[in-house]
Design a binder for this molecule. Structure first.
Ligand code: C2E
Ligand code: MN
Length: 413
């Protein structure tokens, strides 16, 4: 199958423009052998390349390209399948956008085209190319530093684990993981996630329950989360607890139960953020809306969890106006190398800003993901880059520290 892959990258400082033509001639010869054709544009700072060829060959070449130290911040903009090649005549041609006016370049590029239909009708790959030539997306080219620029050293003094409090609640526990603002070294909230008795995934616990008892168990478990949080000492921080949206609908008096347990455990409703997952399909919308009103009227705050992973995130957002959203970790994973993920995250940031909803990126594991998200404007993060969840205890945070030049010199990059 013919794969079309489009990427953009940032030229490294040590690369001389003059050496690029030779490099392309060399590459072109090799590419032709593996059936890859395409086009390469350079604007003095950024590369833009379109590769077309058999899927395996293009993937292998793209992997090699992304490891090449002559450029960095390599972002895959498009991966699509096509019927025929757009640029089949040349192995690979380089256009230096600085040498000609954009219209001339654009015409010259299009003249190289080999597929008359794609060049005639709207074609995404060619639209990407036009946009790059006309430099229309430059404000979205976020540059990040190499991963090794930062170190993440965990704090040293772990707080002690607290003991189980309720004898009737022996078959599960809660792990705590903070949501943080890494640069101002601030903990925004502690999130409690349900764990099995061995500290394992809550799926094992939930899978033993029937559809009806799952909601009840989901709600009742929060009593333990509040009690543990109180015993650990939250101070002025908020506590985020997860609930299936249908728990609030299916269990009569669910909000009253939460309020009662919050107060019984020495907390106040204003301190509690209820995170409902976008995945939990909402039926009985009238009842759900009534529960949302009641929840908000009590002082508790609302978050949408796993935002972007389910089927109703945008609609839910327009209906229940949360205080914050937690972007699903599958969208966050490798966001620094994925054009589609970057476009989605930037759109989320824009509409949340218009609605004064705060945005939390979850599941952050790599320094580059955090750096890109920070450059895009996100301040609040959760993930293993900073903290591993701890059962029955507040976890330690590894705050980022920028390495000094002499420390950087000792690293190989
Ligand atoms: P979730 O809402 O997406 O919760 C985050 C999960 O991702 C947690 O797993 C957490 O430990 C894990 N995690 C946090 N940071 C990272 C990271 O950097 N990388 C990776 N790969 N994972 C990370 P956990 O505790 O196993 O929870 C799994 C799911 O169980 C949760 O996913 C949530 O859907 C559900 N769940 C947990 N507690 C509750 C609860 O009290 N009520 C309900 N209804 N569902 C819950
Ligand atoms: Mn999630």
């Amino acid at each position: 199958m013919l794969l079309t892959l489009v990427y953009r990258s940032h030229v490294s400082e040590h690369v001389q423009s003059a050496s690029l033509a030779g490099l392309v001639t060399q590459a072109s010869f090799k590419n032709e052998l593996s059936g890859i054709t395409g086009i390469l544009l350079f604007d003095g700072t950024h590369f833009f390349q379109l590769l077309e060829g058999p899927e395996d060959a293009v993937d292998a070449l793209y992997y090699t390209i992304s490891q090449d130290r002559r450029h960095h911040n390599v972002v895959e903009l498009m991966r699509d399948y096509a019927h025929s090649r757009r640029f089949g005549n040349v192995g690979m041609e380089l256009f230096d956008l600085r040498s000609h006016h954009e219209d001339v370049v654009l015409q010259a590029v299009l003249d190289k085209g080999t597929s008359k239909y794609q060049l005639t009708y709207d074609d995404r790959a060619l639209q990407f190319l036009c946009t790059f030539v006309q430099a229309r997306e430059k404000e979205n080219y976020l540059e990040i530093l190499p991963a090794g620029t930062w170190s993440f050293l965990p704090e040293e003094q772990p707080e002690a684990e607290v003991e189980f409090i309720f004898p009737e609640m022996q078959d599960y526990s809660f792990a705590f993981q903070p949501i943080i603002d890494p640069l101002s070294r601030e903990i925004i909230s502690y999130e409690a996630t349900l764990r099995g008795p061995d500290g394992g995934s809550p799926m094992g616990y939930f899978s033993k329950l029937s559809r009806m008892t799952i909601y009840e168990a989901d709600l009742k478990s929060k009593k333990l989360a509040f009690a543990l949080a109180n015993q650990m000492g939250l101070n002025s921080k908020t506590l985020t607890v997860k609930l299936l949206p249908m728990t609030l609908v299916m269990v009569p008096g669910a909000v009253e139960f939460l309020i009662q347990e919050i107060t019984a455990n020495g907390l106040v409703p204003e301190q509690i953020v209820v995170a409902i997952t976008e995945n939990g399909v909402i039926t009985r919308e009238d009842k759900f809306n009534a529960a949302m009103k009641q929840l908000k009227a009590s002082g508790m705050r609302l978050a949408i969890d796993d935002f972007g992973a389910g089927s109703a995130g945008l609609l839910l957002l327009t209906q229940c106006q949360p205080d914050s959203i937690m972007i699903d970790r599958n969208i966050i994973c490798d966001v620094h190398t994925s054009g589609p993920k970057q476009a989605v995250v930037q759109a989320i940031i824009r509409f949340c800003s218009s609605l004064e909803i705060s945005v939390i990126a979850t599941g952050v594991e790599k320094p580059e993901e955090w750096m890109w998200l920070d450059a895009a404007g996100i301040c609040n993060f959760q993930g293993e880059l900073f903290t591993t969840p701890r059962v029955n205890a507040l976890p330690l945070v590894a705050w980022p520290e920028i390495l000094q030049e002499d420390q950087l010199l000792n690293q190989n990059f």
